[in-house]
Design a binder for this molecule. Structure first.
Ligand SMILES: *[C@@H]1O[C@H](CO)[C@@H](O)[C@H](O)[C@H]1NC(C)=O
Ligand SMILES: *[C@@H]1O[C@H](CO)[C@@H](O)[C@H](O)[C@H]1NC(C)=O
Ligand SMILES: *[C@@H]1O[C@H](CO)[C@@H](O)[C@H](O)[C@H]1NC(C)=O
Length: 189
């Protein structure tokens, strides 16, 4: 009988100890083995070029202004444009569709044409179908080469980091339509 009471007391004590340890909010996170996510392997450096088609004109624009710039701004400062732009394998719009560039760009410079870019490249072809990379950076659109960071990714691009170089290949000054080459350098596992 005494043994049984002792046994039950120990059980109850352990139960309380375990449940209070789980509840104190200190132990919600733990370190795990990198191997569980394949992170013990060497990082790969992947390079690719895609062509980004910013189409503002016509009946089916992929790039739509949702917020006009502030009054009197000649540099689009304060303007916001949402995009769902086609990414293709070659500079021609009718070349193979690789994915979509989804996000927005906003006028972020008062004295020059400078955009804040925030977008995901959502890939649709081959082994990269369903994977994404996220680009967040400063785009001085009139410079020949604009470098922007790749700050992350998903799918095959989990833990991605890197940068892109953007070069305008074609620009229609009348309606603003443009095709920009994105040369992407991505470190990932
Ligand atoms: C815009 O320009 C007009 C005319 O020059 C001026 O009266 C007005 O104050 C300016 N607005 C802003 C927000 O600077
Ligand atoms: C793509 O468009 C160009 C004209 O812009 C045309 O010459 C070419 O034949 C087209 N290619 C395909 C595969 O449709
Ligand atoms: C990409 O994945 C989607 C969803 O899994 C699928 O419907 C589509 O057919 C795939 N496309 C290609 C080109 O493999």
């Amino acid at each position: 009988m005494t043994k049984l009471i002792l046994f039950l007391a120990v059980q109850i004590f352990l139960l309380i100890a375990v449940s209070s340890a789980g509840d104190d909010g200190e132990h919600f996170a733990r370190t795990i083995d990198r191997k569980l996510l394949g992170l013990h392997k060497k990082e790969k450096l992947t390079h690719f070029k895609v062509y980004w088609h910013d189409i503002l004109s016509g009946p089916n624009p992929s790039s739509i202004r949702i917020q006009p710039p502030v009054a009197n701004s000649t540099t689009y400062f304060g303007g916001i444009t949402m995009i769902d732009n086609a990414l293709t394998s070659k500079v021609e719009m009718n070349s193979t569709l690789i994915g979509q560039a989804q996000g927005f760009y906003a006028g972020a410079a008062q004295k020059e044409l400078g955009f804040f870019m925030a977008m995901n490249f959502a890939f649709k072809t081959g082994k990269y179908n369903g994977s994404t990379i996220t680009i967040l950076g400063r785009n001085r659109a009139m410079s020949e080469v604009r470098e922007m960071p790749i700050i992350g990714g998903s799918g095959l691009f989990r833990f991605a980091r890197g940068y892109v170089e953007a070069r305008t290949k074609w620009l229609n000054f009348q309606n603003g339509d443009a095709t920009v080459e994105y040369s992407c350098y991505v470190l990932h596992y």
